[in-house]
Ligand binder design. Structure first.
Ligand code: GLP
Length: 248
């Protein structure tokens, strides 16, 4: 696992965007796994900038998003479908036919989850998965639990996650209490993974991720089993966990 420590959000976004840009240049028809949340917004901004400068093109790329809230339609202001459109897709040349996100308002959630995994397989699997991380170590919406699911599935959100995400809604009550998310297997099958984290609130989750131990109580810790992972963290986290580069 490669750990990169950066000084601020700008540097984090640039590191991540450079890596994504490099992969797209190597393989223009890359299948990207994309994430929402506030952390990757700067990365999308950087990629948009690179695209506007003519240095990266997405016309042959495909994107699969990690997750979507249940019960919100794709036009809802807080849906992840809308987030992706506004923060990234509408400003690049990706074909909307090649952008996918689980349908959180699908009538039969089970069928939708199976359809999503089948679609990822049909497209040849994910080449590069971008991840943020929850304060409790969740990736996508794989919340800490006794058992984790391999495939895309419906999940009840932790109270802490609902509270953390309520900052985007008018009230706690309005935050959906469940979501559809890629499973741990879906994520770990990606050929390469890059995870971003900033701020001391994420320090415990990152400590678990670098601990050398795997626990379903910190889903991100499973990334230690993957052969090609880059973790980009800020100085605040590195100092809080007294990162010794050797443990990576
Ligand atoms: C949400 C998303 C995750 C994301 C996490 C952290 O719950 N489902 O994919 O990583 O929040 O969000 P933020 O980057 O805003 O801290």
């Amino acid at each position: 696992m490669r750990v990169v420590v950066v000084e601020n959000d700008k540097e984090m976004s640039r590191e991540a965007a450079n890596l994504i840009q490099e992969r797209i240049k190597e393989k223009p028809n890359s299948v990207l796994g994309l994430a929402t949340g506030s952390t990757p917004i700067g990365t999308y901004k950087e990629l948009i900038r690179y695209h506007e400068q003519g240095s990266v093109f997405f016309s042959k790329a495909t994107a699969f998003n990690l997750d979507e809230y249940c019960g919100l339609d794709g036009d809802h202001a807080q849906s992840y479908a809308r987030f992706m459109k506004e923060n990234f897709f509408q400003s690049i040349d990706i074909d909307s036919e090649n952008t996918f996100i689980p349908k959180g308002n699908a009538e039969d959630k089970q069928v939708e989850c199976e359809r999503y995994d089948a679609l990822i397989r049909e497209r040849g699997g994910i080449d590069l998965q971008l991840l943020g991380i929850g304060e409790n170590g969740h990736i996508g919406f794989n919340e800490p639990n006794d058992l984790l699911s391999a495939g895309t599935h419906r999940v009840e959100l932790d109270q802490g996650t609902i509270e953390a995400n309520s900052r985007f809604f008018d009230s706690y009550e309005e935050v959906p209490k469940s979501a559809l998310t890629m499973g741990m297997g879906t994520i770990l099958k990606a050929k390469e993974i890059v995870l971003l984290a900033s701020g001391v609130k994420k320090a415990e989750a990152i400590r678990g991720l670098l601990s050398g131990k795997i626990s379903t109580k910190n889903p991100a810790s499973f990334l230690q089993l993957h052969p090609r992972v880059t973790i980009i963290i800020d100085r605040e986290i590195a100092d809080a966990i007294q990162l010794n580069q050797d443990i990576a």
